[in-house]
Design a protein around this ligand. Structure first.
Ligand code: CO
Length: 500
């Protein structure tokens, strides 16, 4: 494995109170509020809507969620047209959110350890899940989908953000069936664009259902192809990557002991434990519609490390059955869990492993895998231009820590040249904290990095959120749009071009 240059440590320059100040309830829902830049101007060429999802309700009746991932999903939308921007936000009206709003207290346990009031006795054997719809938001057909990987998507009106209700996607899904929060948008490897996604049924053997949906034209939203494969072992699969021929998963080496969950002592996700010294596996599923469609999946041994998110994957020329599959992933030394006795707002960043971007090269002929570090600076939420999904990309954008080494909150955006290793940085430090950058290609982009990067910032200086527009090519700041709202650190978002 090749290593990059040795660390050059710097002192911390953020305050944890600034970071944790973002964890608060969103108390207002706004509808089309005009945003005015506090600096710069909105490039008039940007036309479309940025959607973001994340936890918006973190406390009820004085009780806090154990982990922000247990907070109820709230959608924020910034609509751009004619050089102007308007902001809207709405909670997803899930069944659980509505019940808890009415009762004014938590009625459900959370997957990440939030307990109902009343101690372990009140929680024991209560395995009901609240579908909190808080992880990602994408447009599919006429619906905006609020995604949460353990259960069905919620359909929303893309304009008003009103919740239409749980959707089974015209009968594609069974009630309660798992549906990933990490679809990948195939830019047209086999003709038209597709949304490729999956669902996992985890158990002693785990089943992965791969699904490909049409996204354009009259068929938009229709299931075009699917397949189902089962693999030995408990699967924790949050994300995946695609290439023209393959859907690529990394099965982390984790064990699941459901007993503390059933007894009401821990949340389900807290019952995941890494198996130190045991490697994970890559699961490669041939995509339906590719020349390999009839083949069985392949399994290759992975190096140690824990992965939530991948950047991208691609095939070296002529990959097919015997070439090289390249997968770029954000790798942690271990599964970063918040234990039962810990307050997430007081988390000690130094005690948790940082994410680092690593390139895996999977030799499909020999089955050998080698790894190479691409970025040792703490990073998360990495993306390539939408046109390069599944293909070799030159550029990546990601959220990174301000300090060059060690685990810290994400405060800067990095553009990384994946070929030359050249880096550019835009920083919100010391009082700003970034979220996932969303890349917006220019309408007639001549180059892969022609466009903008939109980033929602937690601005601790004014205890509210800002939307920052950067030029994608050089990360120069184009505009800062202060929002009339404080939005907690969020999860994933997407860009839908054009007008509604
Ligand atoms: Co994710």
């Amino acid at each position: 494995m090749t290593r990059l240059a040795p660390p050059s440590p710097r002192p911390l320059d953020y305050s944890r109170a600034d970071w944790s100040g973002a964890f608060r309830n969103v108390l207002r829902e706004l509808d089309g509020e005009r945003l005015e830049p506090s600096s710069g101007s909105i490039p008039p060429e940007i036309e479309g809507c940025l959607y973001r999802n994340g936890p918006g309700r973190l406390e009820r009746a004085g009780q806090w969620v154990h982990h922000p991932f247990d907070g109820d999903g709230m959608i924020a939308a910034v609509r751009f047209a004619d050089g102007k921007a308007r902001f809207s936000n709405r909670f997803v009206r899930t069944e659980g959110w509505q019940q808890e709003e009415q009762e004014g207290r938590f009625l459900y346990r959370g997957v990440f350890g939030t307990q109902k009031p009343g101690g372990w006795l009140a929680n024991a054997f209560d395995l009901r899940m609240k579908n909190i719809a808080n992880t990602h938001v994408v447009r599919l057909g006429d619906d905006l989908l609020a995604l949460w990987e353990a259960s069905s998507p919620h359909a929303l009106d893309p304009g008003s953000l009103e919740t239409r209700g749980v959707t089974l996607l015209d009968g594609v899904l069974q009630p309660g069936e798992a549906f990933s929060a990490h679809p990948r948008f195939d830019p047209g490897h086999h003709g038209a664009r597709r949304m490729v996604t999956f669902g996992v049924q985890a158990g002693p053997r785990s089943r992965v259902r791969l699904m490909e949906f049409a996204v354009d034209g009259p068929d938009a939203g229709r299931l075009l192809a699917e397949r189902s494969d089962s693999f030995p072992g408990f699967a924790f699969l949050h994300d995946f990557a695609i290439t023209p021929n393959w859907a690529v998963f990394m099965q982390n080496a984790v064990a699941f002991n459901p007993l503390p969950y059933a007894l009401g002592l821990k949340g389900a996700a807290q019952c995941l434990a890494s198996k130190p010294g045991q490697p994970g596996q890559f699961w490669l599923i041939p995509r339906p519609g590719s020349p390999l469609a009839d083949q069985a999946p392949r399994r290759l041994q992975a190096p140690e490390g824990f992965v939530f998110h991948h950047l991208n994957a691609f095939e070296e020329p002529d990959a097919g059955e015997a070439g090289t599959l390249v997968l770029d992933s954000i790798v942690y030394a271990d599964f970063p869990s918040v234990g039962p006795g810990t307050d997430f707002r007081q988390v000690d960043f130094d005690s948790l492993p940082e994410g680092q971007l690593r390139r895996f090269r999977l030799d499909l002929a020999s089955g050998e895998v080698c790894a190479e570090d691409l970025e040792l600076r703490c990073c998360e939420f990495a993306t390539v231009a939408p046109s390069r999904v599944g293909l070799q990309a030159r550029h990546a954008w990601m959220a990174v820590a301000e300090r060059e080494r060690g685990n810290d909150p994400l405060q800067a955006i990095e553009k990384l040249d994946l070929v030359s290793g050249e880096r550019r940085l835009w920083s919100a430090a010391p009082r700003g904290f970034v979220s996932e950058p969303v890349m917006v290609p220019a309408a007639d982009a001549a180059a892969e990095d022609d466009g903008w990067v939109l980033v929602l910032i937690w601005n601790a200086a004014r205890s509210a959120s800002d939307l920052v527009i950067l030029r994608a090519g050089d990360l120069s700041e184009q505009a800062v749009l202060p929002l009339p709202l404080a939005i907690p650190h969020g999860l994933h978002g997407s860009w839908v071009p054009g007008s509604l």
